[in-house]
Design a protein around this ligand. Structure first.
Ligand code: GLY
Length: 367
């Protein structure tokens, strides 16, 4: 690993993020775009669901952590405050995405108990989605639906359980994670996007997808949510089953992805029209840097670290980083939100930029 070369690339990418985010919050004040259209942030319009509003504030906190210009802290606080009422939002399963990226980072910087209370309340609200029959947190779609994405959000319930000592929260979070592991993670380490249950009996019925190729296929971003999310659950619980699951997902990712480290939208789709889903790669890089820290095996730790740097080396090339693409407003090109709905196809996506910046922030401590 050529540390000096990578460090220079990562620092240049971080500088580019500063430029793009300053433009975004100045040109579109108080807007929360999810995706670009032809490289320009799309303001308003269809979003399918409201899960992304924490990723702009999250990037502002990441920059504030490395830049003492008060502009960043002020903007990060402002964009976090705009979300506060969402701590009561019972319509989405995404309160971890919303509050872990923003208010939790704010709390970590300040230690302010009032900020802490908001994070805990968000975790308590998310736990209200729990279906006793079936043992899962229901997705935003319907009572019978469990999404793999929720593995990225369940951490905030574990956190609320730890902070309040409430055993009911711990039970909900643990049961949700075990149910997801049992029904959405397959024996080969691939994952299903969605599981459907009989709400009367709790019986698992079948696997399904919204954003993948088909119900039995491997949607790349879903697997990356699992890779990262089960690692987080292991960090809270130290239950080795969760680390094993995260590592199985990581092994599937590595085995099925080209050497440059960026997967397509779905590994199972033959001859996909687009070769890349860069946001999945950004999530995988950040999740693997976590696994490098969590696994007790030094060889695997080294492997995850080096693979994460391989992904970031690719994502900081002009094919992916938009720094040489005139007029492009996001950070990473070639992201994919929802191909069937025609939303964010081969564009920048806000969570992709967020997890890219998060991965760079961690990776900079290594090189
Ligand atoms: N809805 C979460 C995702 O698109 O990954």
């Amino acid at each position: 690993m050529d540390k000096q070369r990578l460090r220079e690339k990562y620092l240049r990418a971080f500088d580019f993020a500063r430029t793009q985010l300053r433009h975004l919050v100045t040109a579109y004040p108080d807007a929360f775009p999810m995706v670009t259209e032809g490289g320009k942030w799309k303001i308003g319009g269809e979003s399918w669901t409201n899960w992304c509003e924490g990723f702009l504030g999250g990037q502002l906190w990441l920059i504030a952590g490395r830049d003492s210009d008060p502009f960043w802290q002020e903007k990060a606080e402002h964009y976090s405050r705009l979300l506060e009422e969402r701590k009561h939002d019972r319509t989405v399963h995404d309160l971890g995405f919303l509050f872990w990226s923003t208010w939790k980072r704010w709390y970590d910087r300040t230690g302010d108990p009032a900020i802490h209370r908001v994070v805990v309340e968000a975790g308590q609200t998310l736990a209200l989605r729990f279906k006793e029959k079936g043992g899962y947190l229901r997705s935003f779609v319907s009572d019978d639906s469990l999404f793999i994405d929720i593995m990225m959000n369940v951490g905030i319930i574990f956190y609320a359980a730890q902070q309040t000592g409430d055993p009911a929260l711990l039970r909900v979070a643990t049961q949700h994670s075990l149910t997801t592991r049992r029904y959405l993670v397959r024996g080969d380490g691939s994952t299903s996007h969605e599981g459907l249950f009989n709400t009367e009996t709790g019986e698992f019925i079948r696997q399904s997808t919204h954003q993948g190729w088909r119900d039995d296929s491997s949607w790349a971003r879903g697997l990356c949510w699992a890779l990262y999310g089960f690692g987080t659950v292991y960090e809270f619980t130290r239950d080795p089953r969760f680390l094993q699951t995260a590592e199985q997902c990581a092994a599937y990712y590595v085995e099925h992805t080209p050497d440059h480290g960026v997967p397509p939208n779905d590994w199972s789709e033959p001859n996909p029209t687009l070769p890349y889903e860069s946001s999945a790669a950004a999530i995988a890089a950040s999740g693997m840097l976590n696994l490098a820290r969590l696994t007790p095996d030094p060889l695997r730790s080294r492997f995850y670290r080096e693979y994460a740097h391989r992904i970031l080396d690719t994502l900081t090339e002009p094919e992916f980083l938009a720094s040489e693409t005139t007029g492009w407003e996001g950070l990473l090109k070639h992201g994919m939100y929802h191909q069937r709905k025609g939303l964010g196809v081969d564009e920048s996506v806000m969570w992709g930029d967020h997890f890219f910046l998060e991965a760079l922030d961690k990776a900079l401590d290594d090189v």
